[in-house]
Ligand binder design. Structure first.
Ligand code: SF4
Ligand code: SF4
Ligand code: SF4
Length: 261
């Protein structure tokens, strides 16, 4: 078992705006490119041009067609809505992927809260992946070690880069400005203000992992019958997912997004 550090004074993380993300995958592609040439071993691919390609990606985009339901749980006669959901490690404060690790390879940094893997100490047992409710870890089939989002630790403190490039590769590449990076422990930071103003949420808070990353929920669209026309309040993914049917990350998300009515 690996110990977590005391609560860090700094909590670096991402804020992702689900109202703005257009599902272009630029963040995932740039993540793969940067992390294949950076901090750890290359992120391998298996049969990339074959019938069943596979590979290691630290950031993946799930796209959902959300069909509104009425209060009785029946499909409502409204337009469906596409919601794109980027997913990577949330750098949880109470990270079970760290405490479950038998070798100390998984660890959370005391100085800024980033969760990392020391690949030299990783035995590829996969326990951390099983413990992560978000499916945010990736076993690299070629290297035989666990990989995960590093929050581009080799960019954000890199004095060799121009200051404007010292942000995670996914943030730098997002053409829609749907991704934001900053210190979520500082209530005056841009990301914290954004979370407070837009009602940013934790993913699956019932898991008790206290993720640092936050998501900004989709806003009701005006002028259409779909997705809360006439409603002024922000939609709450947490309230929407408050159902006994939600099961696991995808179930929780599916349950939340299906109630965008
Ligand atoms: S999202 Fe998963 S991999 Fe990342 S810190 Fe939380 S439990 Fe660990
Ligand atoms: S796969 Fe590696 S990082 Fe994950 S629990 Fe096992 S030793 Fe730790
Ligand atoms: S780059 Fe931005 S808009 Fe494109 S999928 Fe990623 S978060 Fe969404």
């Amino acid at each position: 078992m690996t110990m977590l550090p005391m609560e860090s004074p700094k909590k670096l993380g991402l804020v992702i705006d689900l109202d703005i993300c257009v599902g272009c995958h630029a963040c995932a592609v740039n993540c793969k490119e940067w992390n294949t040439g950076g901090y750890g071993n290359a992120l391998s691919d298996q049969a990339p041009y074959g019938e069943d390609p596979a590979g290691t990606w630290l950031n993946r985009i799930h796209s959902f067609e959300a069909i509104p339901f009425d209060d009785a749980g029946n499909a409502a006669p409204q337009d469906a809505r596409i919601v794109h959901f980027p997913k990577s490690c949330l750098h949880c404060d109470d990270a079970p992927c760290v405490t479950v690790c038998p070798t100390g390879a998984s660890y959370k940094r005391a100085e800024d809260g980033i969760v990392l893997v020391n690949e030299d100490a990783c035995i590829g047992c996969g326990l951390c992946a099983w413990s992560c409710a978000y499916g945010a870890r990736e076993m690299d089939a070629e290297a035989g070690v666990m990989k995960k989002c590093t929050l581009c630790v080799d960019r954000i403190y890199n004095d060799n880069l121009p200051e404007e490039d010292r942000v995670p590769a996914c943030v730098k590449s997002c053409p829609a400005s749907a991704r934001h990076f900053g210190d979520l422990a500082d209530p005056t930071s841009d990301v914290s203000v954004m979370v407070a103003e837009r009602g940013g949420i934790d993913l699956m808070p019932e898991q008790g992992n206290r993720p640092v990353n936050k998501y900004l929920p989709p806003r009701p669209k005006s002028g259409t019958q779909a997705c809360g026309a006439g409603r002024e309040e922000e939609l709450s993914l947490v309230k929407m997912a408050d159902t006994p049917k939600a099961d696991g990350f995808v179930g929780w998300l599916d349950s939340a997004l299906s109630k965008l009515g």
